[in-house]
Design a protein around this ligand. Structure first.
Ligand code: COA
Length: 534
């Protein structure tokens, strides 16, 4: 196993300039995070607290084992997506340890539009359930929601991955013996009522918890009868008369302690420790921002990155001297073995074949895969087309698609076009996907898109015998560049849940170690590859 050697002039002029530029990117992400964790406006938070309710993040802290981390998924979901501010997409989701067992937690934030479900809220809820399913984890739903955000019903109700999928997931995961536990801490209206109704076990909190298919307003409109929310569907009704809920809690803390008791008595594995001794890298991950050039056109030195991410900076490299625009090798993070693929240039036929082979090896040996994206795409040009680059690239995409070992993706630079697919982009099922603040992702770079579209325009105009002056070309290109810069930015990717988190380089090892720890305890799945185009 080779120890990677760093050649960076740490503290030199270039290093300092890069680190400074990186600081600005970090600040932008930090500002978005601050907005996300604050929840709804002051007034909504005051009203919430006046009802004796904890904020959703306080509920989660009170639920989790003391001193254990919360691996948050989609904290920036919804950021800037709608006319209204929807901090954290109105729902907080992630993985935490409850009574010694890793669990997925889904907590509505009633201070954000009454905890109603926007499209991104649904996306986050379903994503959290997917994480539970893939890693074999119980789900705990801390429910406090007015159900569907009615003005956007078209984008949340009818389709395959809309509201109904939440309930189907509960039923299917219950059938997989993954405990589904609901705590009704506020409103649970209409479709939302099916969350507690479908869970294996439901707790309801006195005074604030309500469950009903039609709220007091609807009952009045439909039948003319006036009834208050507690009489219609409060804790007394549901624990004494209807049995829609199983446990009566006098307050929120009592409810959360009941969840901890329920989880404690469920059979299931405790989180798994690392099989190897965890070791720090030889080089400090805090140096990473200084080695990523402030100029995004300059390459990112792949080995320097690995030297700061892998335990002991050690890598057993696979085919070091061949197909070297991708580096493949095995190492460890936090004591968990991992097969790493990191781009070091454009993908050629050799690099794609090497990567496909390496993925096969990791699948045979049950080694989780980590894809570090820094890729503009596959090599183009007549020579390469004639050499069958599409066929060789397809081998890599096929291997990535079929690999059933846990896969993780982290965008450390660009992640464009088919390069994103080959490196296990979102569509290829990474169990967790993150992005550094400097990273970008799109079908192609903004400059390339602007050039392609301006050439198309130029040929259209030429057919009409019209000129396309260089000033007109520039005026045509700039808005395209702007659109691409905005849409490929980590804040936009995270807002749309194309990635689960924007991860700071310095926090990356901890984030990956948590992800690998989850996978280590999860059920194994056999890989069966399809036909490889030889
Ligand atoms: N769709 C869209 N917006 C909704 C909503 C819904 N289903 N339910 C509540 N809101 C909005 C309110 O208009 C309000 O918006 P504003 O802050 O811009 O004024 C905000 O959410 C908070 O609602 P409010 O009624 O002031 O808060 P509350 O804490 O007293 O009550 C609810 C929250 C959810 C219990 C209550 O609003 C309610 O019963 N809503 C209707 C729920 C329903 O019938 N849903 C059917 C879904 S299929």
């Amino acid at each position: 196993m080779a120890v990677l050697q760093s050649r960076v002039d740490v503290g030199g002029e270039a290093f300092r300039a890069n680190a400074e530029a990186y600081g600005r990117m970090r600040a932008e992400i930090a500002a978005a995070r601050d907005m996300a964790v604050t929840g709804g406006g002051d007034r909504a938070r005051e009203v919430h607290a006046s009802r004796g309710k904890m904020m959703p993040r306080e509920r989660i802290s009170a639920l989790l084992d003391m001193g254990t981390p919360f691996l948050e998924i989609g904290q920036l979901g919804g950021h800037g997506l709608y006319d209204d501010d929807i901090p954290s997409g109105g729902i907080i989701t992630g993985v935490g340890v409850v009574s010694g067992r890793a669990c997925v937690v889904v907590a509505n934030d009633a201070t954000v539009k009454g905890g109603t479900y926007y499209p991104i809220t649904i996306r986050k809820h379903i994503r959290a359930q997917q994480v539970a399913r893939e890693n074999g984890l119980p789900c705990i739903y801390l429910v406090d929601s007015g159900g569907a955000f009615l003005p956007l019903q078209e984008d949340i109700f009818p389709d395959e991955h809309h509201f109904g999928r939440i309930f189907r997931n509960i039923a299917e995961m219950s059938a997989m013996a993954l405990p589904q536990i609901a705590v009704v801490m506020g409103s649970c209206t209409a479709g939302g009522a099916y969350i507690p109704a479908m869970c294996d076990e439901t707790i309801i909190v006195k005074d604030n918890g309500t469950i009903f298919l039609g709220g007091p307003q609807l009952v009045k409109a439909a039948t003319g009868v006036e009834v208050d929310a507690q009489t219609l569907g409060g804790a007394d009704v549901h624990t004494r008369d209807s049995a829609v809920a199983d446990h009566y809690a006098v307050d929120e803390r009592h409810a959360l302690s009941l969840v901890r008791e329920i989880v404690a008595r469920e059979p299931g594995a405790a989180p798994v420790g690392p099989p190897l001794l965890p070791e720090d890298p030889l080089y400090d991950p805090a140096e990473l921002p200084g080695i990523i050039s402030a100029n995004p056109r300059e390459p990112i030195p792949a080995r320097e990155i690995l030297a700061r991410l892998l335990d002991g900076s050690r890598l057993t490299e696979y085919r070091e001297r061949w197909g070297n625009t991708i580096i493949c090798g095995t190492g460890a993070i936090g004591g968990f073995p991992v097969g790493v693929l990191i781009n070091d240039g454009v993908l050629f036929a050799e690099s794609a074949q090497k990567a496909a082979n390496f993925i096969e090896i990791c699948c045979q040996r049950d080694i989780p895969l980590l894809f570090l994206h820094n890729i503009s795409g596959f090599m183009v040009g007549q020579e390469y087309e004639a050499g069958g680059i599409a066929r060789h690239g397809a081998k890599m995409v096929s291997a990535v698609s079929c690999a059933r070992v846990p896969k993780y993706s982290l965008l450390i630079g660009g992640s464009y076009g088919a390069g994103n697919f080959a490196m296990c982009g979102r569509a290829f099922g990474p169990r967790l996907m993150g992005m550094w603040p400097n990273a970008r992702t799109a079908v192609m770079g903004g400059e390339q898109a602007a050039t392609v579209l301006s050439l198309v325009r130029e040929s259209q105009l030429a057919k009409q015998g019209k000129p396309f002056s260089s000033e007109e070309v520039e005026a045509f290109k700039q808005p395209i560049r702007n659109t691409y810069e905005r849409s490929s930015h980590p804040l936009n990717a995270a807002a749309n849940m194309w990635v689960d988190a924007v991860v700071d380089p310095e926090d990356t090892r901890a984030w990956l170690a948590l992800a690998l720890a989850l996978a280590a305890g999860s059920p194994k799945d056999d890989t069966r590859f399809g036909v490889f185009r030889m």
